[in-house]
Design a protein around this ligand. Structure first.
Ligand code: AMP
Ligand code: ZN
Length: 665
């Protein structure tokens, strides 16, 4: 096999595995084997940029930055749906359509109403061409680069797909992935997202597609529109779409009467909670496409479809107690402890009350009957108090003034909703939480040491901070609960091994408030070592790309603290990586400072990544699309005509790779 064939066959193989995993939910190889193959393809593509393909599975990781999304007019308007809330509403709807159509037998397709953000995608010759948000229904934003990163969106189709068609669906954030994202935010002291739907729709408009790639989004399809399509019913179109490689939920059902529609609704009203993503109703559609056409549209919605909205599930129960949790960053979260009650298939005992304002807003008192709802979040929320049953002797809730764990007086910063325990170094859950964060998978990833052991170590006075970990000996650890010679050795070895973890992850592990993984990477790259970073002034920090005042302030405070200074000196002495190991680049200059380049097409002397690196190494900036701010377009073979036209229109100089080399002298 020659190189091109190898690349092609790897791409096909990886596409198939992606489809098995993300669409069919039935992987046939291990994640590890998948990664090995992907890496192999990446390497070949880097070595052979002449075979670049924007639809290659390697492009799923994203990396393009879009400052302004293009507005695109929808070829077919994206209508809304009429809503119904009862059986009667649905029966009325059937009567209305029967009146228009006369006495014809009607079949319906019942689908779930997926709760996310709608998307319209165009495929040409079996490849994803464009993806556009719904916008106002007439025009939306082009978000193709972001959509491409969603693994269940096929970049290449299979089967006998039409040459040109539009397909619509919903971008959703499955509950499990959503919970994980929030867990990570909570870990760095950030506010969690409020619900999966808003997070999904917000994701579509992120500027950096690499950020979108990290989110566990999914795409569920429900409409296929095209001129040369070979089907006459909606249900058939769904099956076809599934055969082309799209994720069309199997729950969709063809039914032959309105009674069967009700059965579908009743079944899913209960079982929707077993689905991995959120739904807020059922969509009933007239199945025959000719009849759909005959029915047409009102000013707002199709006449041939109706959405039945599920009622939000609600129960009332008694509030027994309000307790307060202290997080790693000292943030206090009030928790409602409820009389256990069944809600949407689970037993609920606790609900978050968020903060003092929320408690005041609800005027919630211990002893109250409260309404609990399972909304977007996994944790149920309290939506109100049943004032009709409140007894007169209930006292207003007084928010705690002191930390429940260490009794220190709480503080609340101007403009912040949360109260904090400022006893950073003496408050047990904060100390333990910080060490737990330090050893966690994305931070130092210490093998042989888990969160519970950290608590044990602290409670046995063996560690007070993460630097103390490096002094631990096997003898000290063995007497602890559930420890033995072997596990104690593993623990100490795991800690020793963490000295090889690169600086950017160490920086994340330190647990500086608001410094998450991405920010840690940026800071590590910019400052190269901990001394530079700790000497940086507020102003210095703010000038770093994408570092805002809040982060800068938090970094400065962290390094000003003398206990932190001691801990960091100790980490240094133990040999923990506190600087970036850089490869010295003798070719770096500042010849391109102030110049923005856009790279387009295929090159002979560089691959695209090396070319971009060469621009940045010499002080230039790489833009993702041509705009008035672009100084040069470096054009290789096969530069698209649209780009050429845009560059010419904006008077941007178009240069060859040789011109570029000449620029660097
Ligand atoms: P609404 O936003 O309430 O007007 O409802 C219309 C929206 O429902 C569409 O824009 C879709 O994004 C969404 N939707 C979710 N699931 C479906 C489905 N199975 N069929 C059609 N639309 C759906
Ligand atoms: Zn405290």
């Amino acid at each position: 096999m020659d190189i091109q064939e190898t690349i092609q066959s790897l791409r096909e193989e990886l596409n198939l595995h992606n489809h098995n995993y993300y669409v069919l939910d039935d992987p046939t190889i291990s994640d590890y084997d998948f990664d090995v193959k992907l890496k192999e393809l990446q390497d070949l593509e880097t070595k052979h940029p002449e075979f670049f393909d924007e639809h290659s599975p390697t492009q799923r990781v994203g990396g393009t930055v879009t400052k302004n999304f293009n507005t695109v007019t929808h070829k077919n308007r994206m209508y809304s749906l009429d809503n119904s809330y009862s059986k009667e509403d649905v029966l009325d709807w059937e009567k209305r359509i029967q009146k228009i159509l006369g006495d014809v037998p009607l079949e319906y397709t019942c689908e779930l109403k997926y709760d996310g953000a709608s998307i319209s995608m165009t495929y040409e010759h079996g490849k994803l061409k464009r993806a556009v948000t719904r916008g106002d229904g007439f025009q939306g934003d082009e978000v193709t680069n972001n959509i491409k990163t969603i693994r269940s969106v096929p970049l290449h189709l299979k089967g006998d797909f039409p040459d040109n068609f539009e397909i619509r669906g919903e971008i959703v954030l499955p509950l499990e992935g959503f919970a994980k994202m929030n867990q990570e935010l909570i870990e760095i002291g950030e506010t969690p997202y409020s619900n999966p739907r808003n997070t999904a729709s917000g994701s579509l408009k992120l500027q950096d597609s690499a950020e979108v790639a990290k989110r566990p989004l999914d795409c569920l399809l429900y409409t296929l529109i095209g001129n040369d399509v070979k089907f006459t019913t909606h249900f058939e179109s769904l099956e076809k779409a599934r055969n082309f490689g799209f994720k069309v939920p199997k729950e969709a059902k063809l039914v032959k009467s309105i009674d069967e529609v009700f059965e579908f609704i009743e079944y899913w009203n209960i079982h929707r909670h077993d689905l991995p993503y959120e739904t807020d109703g059922v969509v009933v559609k007239v199945n025959n496409l000719h009849l759909q056409e005959e029915l047409g549209y009102t000013a707002k919605a199709p006449r041939w479809a109706i959405a039945y909205k599920f009622k939000a599930e609600q129960v009332s129960t008694k509030l027994n107690l309000i307790s307060y949790q202290v997080g790693r960053t000292g943030a206090i979260t009030p928790v409602a402890n409820l009389a256990p009650v069944q809600l949407a298939g689970t037993i609920v005992k606790r609900a978050s009350l968020h903060n003092a304002d929320q408690i005041e807003k609800l005027d919630i008192r211990v002893g109250d009957k409260v309404f609990v709802e399972k909304g977007g979040e996994i944790i149920p929320k309290i939506i109100g108090v049943d004032f009709t049953t409140r007894s007169l002797d209930l006292l207003p809730t007084v928010y705690i003034t002191n930390c429940p764990e260490c009794q220190t007086e709480l503080i609340r910063k101007e403009g912040e909703a949360q109260h904090y325990c400022p006893n950073f170094y003496g408050c047990p859950p904060q100390i333990i939480g910080r060490i737990q964060h330090y050893i966690s998978r994305k931070a130092m990833d210490i093998e042989g040491l888990g969160g519970e052991t950290v608590a044990l170590l602290f409670n046995n006075n063996l560690v007070q901070n993460y630097a103390d970990l490096y002094d631990l000996t096997v003898e000290q650890v063995i007497p602890l609960e559930r420890m033995a010679q072997k596990s104690a050795e593993n623990l100490v070895n795991g800690i020793e091994k963490s000295k090889e973890v690169p600086f950017e992850r160490v920086l994340f592990a330190l647990g500086i408030r608001y410094v998450g993984e991405t920010v840690a990477k940026k800071l590590a790259k910019h400052y190269q070592n901990i001394d530079n970073l700790s000497n940086a002034s507020l102003m210095d920090l703010i000038l770093v790309d994408e570092i805002g005042e809040r982060i800068a302030q938090s970094v400065v405070e962290f390094f000003e603290n003398s206990e932190n200074q001691i801990i960091i000196q100790r980490l240094k002495d133990y040999g923990v990586q506190l600087e970036t190991k850089t490869v010295f680049n003798p070719d770096a200059t500042d010849k391109l400072i102030g110049k923005t380049f856009v790279v387009s097409g295929v090159f002979v002397k560089f691959n695209r990544d090396d070319l971009k690196k060469a621009i940045e190494d010499n002080g230039g900036k790489v833009g993702s699309s041509i705009s008035a701010k672009t100084d040069f377009v470096i054009a290789g073979d096969n530069m698209g005509p649209a780009k050429l036209e845009k560059a010419t229109k904006l008077n941007v100089s178009i240069i060859s790779e040789d011109d570029f080399i000449a620029m660097l002298g």
